[in-house]
Design a protein around this ligand. Sequence first.
Ligand SMILES: Nc1ncnc2c1ncn2[C@@H]1O[C@H](COP(=O)(O)OP(=O)(O)OP(=O)(O)O)[C@@H](O)[C@H]1O
Length: 256
Amino acid sequence: MLEAQRLGYVAGQTRLLSGVTAHFAAGAVTGLIGPNGAGKSTLLRLLAGLVAPTEGQVLCQGAPLSGLPVGERARAMAYMPQDVPPFPPMPVREVASLGRLAHGESAACALRHPAVQQALDMTGLAQFGTREASCLSGGERARLMLARALAVDAPILLADEPVAALDPAQALMVMQVLRGLAALGRCVVVVIHDLLLATRFCNTLMLLREGALQDVLPPADLTDARVRSIYGVTTRRVENGLVPWALSEPGQVAGD
Ligand SMILES: Nc1ncnc2c1ncn2[C@@H]1O[C@H](COP(=O)(O)OP(=O)(O)OP(=O)(O)O)[C@@H](O)[C@H]1O
């Protein structure tokens, strides 16, 4: 579905990424993990075509991404950035409907599109539809960025730290949504620091360090030795540790 071929990126005098070759499968959630500054967001931006690689190329459904017309690219891939920009003075539903711009719909058409309502439902924002987006809390704003990306309804979703600002219930809900999309055949690539959620919800983990892809492995193979070599920390499996595991009343999650 999505492929990186010997991807490299240099900004000014600084090399941010080198020699990344990887296949991102349809029907799977791929988790990009690695220390701060490893190059995860850079890789995601290259995959999204937001910046052009200085070496190598991205293939989207077999075709070079650089050759795809902008509109086609926008419909093929949805991207959720790590940083939430200041929202314009518009209601939540309208911000989510911006995802439909990729399809060339009029603003009125976009607002009514079922994908927008679905995106608000999936991110637990349905009850905030008419609220000013600029009034949302940090976690709600992050979910709105995800809702905008989900409203594109694209076969590929690239999400940069979608759960970093979320409470445990919302984080579980979002990871379940991502896994649900993968189950429908979508290609989902997510940058994530929470190793518990990453190992539980991702089908494949890609470990980045110092701008290079160090390893591609199933979550079960993320051993203490690997975590130590990547992050310089040791891990422990805590049998009676208290971790958020499931929503007590699915679909009944309160707002932030
Ligand atoms: N334009 C730039 N010029 C120079 N260095 C840059 C530029 N953009 C990013 N960097 C550096 O490149 C490295 C990789 O950045 P990137 O945002 O991809 O890391 P990351 O793995 O997503 O980190 P984090 O987990 O902290 O979000 C960082 O050290 C960053 O400071």
